[in-house]
Ligand binder design. Sequence first.
Ligand code: 2BA
Length: 109
Amino acid sequence: MKLVVAIVHSEDAGALVDALLEKEFRATRLSSSGGFLKQSNATIILGVDDAEVDEVVGIVRENCTSRTQVVNPMPPIMEPGEFFMPYPLEVEVGGATVFVLPVERFERL
Ligand code: 2BA
């Protein structure tokens, strides 16, 4: 068995969970936020048989799209008289960041 952990855009999470449930995969949606952008995203976790991992990753791929987000960099600590011009940066936030971990033990009690 494997634990699939998928970090996705909040806007994609609802459709992704619906698509997983449609194929009878059990999933848990957690609210999370990115360390870099500090914006909310969603983390979907699901325990699946080894043979189902590729299907699950395929469903994630179909339901998650990458987006470009604009970030305003933090101004540096400045000395009096120094000047900082903040240029917005464009960051590509991927469709999904997926980890597949081995599961040592799984029980539903
Ligand atoms: P964030 O940490 O908010 O990162 C958002 C996007 O910012 C990233 O998209 C990447 O394009 C860029 N980025 C992140 N760290 C950067 C850095 N140190 N320098 C320059 N650009 C940087 P993704 O790579 O698609 O990641 C989307 C979200 O997935 C991340 O949100 C984070 O929540 C999670 N994530 C990505 N890689 C991870 C990892 N190795 N471990 C844990 N979580 C990860």
